[in-house]
Write a protein that binds this ligand. Structure first.
Ligand code: OGA
Ligand code: MN
Length: 213
């Protein structure tokens, strides 16, 4: 499949507007199907073929880049490089979203980085924030789930919390095509253990401030 995938059809116009409204009103959105099917499937078949030996243990935040704490997170990751041919459609879709968000919400989002994460059976990621004041320039998180045939008993849900609350307000099963987008500084979240391999593509829109606070 060589031709570039379209991301500006009428369906997507609609979805970008929905995301902008939800981020403005609630700070987050859960979309059962965000990307066009063709783009999603193409991304999936290529990601799933990445060499597992090239995956690395995930670190926890920039300051502890090399601290790989098994009590906090147990996934392995593979960064998506902008030059990866198969990822062009995905990056283009995110670029369109970045422009729309900046235009409507003045978020000043500057760039986007993404990593493919594999949680082996039983792996989890404890409650955390993707960004907190003074720590990173990540402003908006995206998570895309790539698990065909995921059943409730498979576990692996993403739990999303309001700060200082012990009960999650959202429980998201990592089913194929579901995308979650949320303000990185606002929502603590965690990944529950799953009883089989679990794949997600997580990304962050960042601002360019060298010293934002
Ligand atoms: C992360 C994260 C959630 C998921 O990588 O920071 O929270 O469901 N991932 O994979
Ligand atoms: Mn996270």
């Amino acid at each position: 499949m060589n031709r570039p995938l379209s991301y500006t059809d009428s369906t997507n116009e609609d979805i970008f507007a929905r995301i902008c409204h939800a981020i403005a009103d609630d700070g987050y959105i859960v979309l059962p199907q965000a990307l066009p099917d063709e783009l999603l499937n193409y991304l999936f078949v290529n990601l799933i073929e990445l060499n597992p030996h090239e995956f690395e243990r995930a670190g926890i935040g920039r300051e502890e880049e090399f601290q790989k704490n098994r009590f906090v997170r147990q996934d392995t990751i593979h960064w998506l490089e902008p030059q990866m041919e198969f990822a062009q459609g995905y990056f283009a879709w995110m670029e369109e979203l970045r422009l729309r968000l900046n235009r409507h919400l003045f978020l000043g989002l500057f760039d986007y980085e993404a990593m493919f994460a594999h949680y082996p059976e039983g792996a989890f990621y404890k409650r955390h924030l993707d960004a907190f004041k003074g720590n990173t320039n990540r402003r908006l998180s995206t998570v895309l789930y790539l698990n065909p045939q995921w059943y409730p008993e498979d576990g692996g849900e993403l739990l999303i919390y309001q700060k200082r609350q012990k009960t999650p307000f959202a429980t998201v099963p990592p089913t194929y095509g579901t995308m979650v987008i949320f303000l990185s500084e606002k929502f603590p979240h965690e990944v529950l253990p799953a009883n089989k391999s679990r794949f997600s593509l997580t990304g962050w829109f960042r601002v360019n401030d060298q010293n934002p606070y």
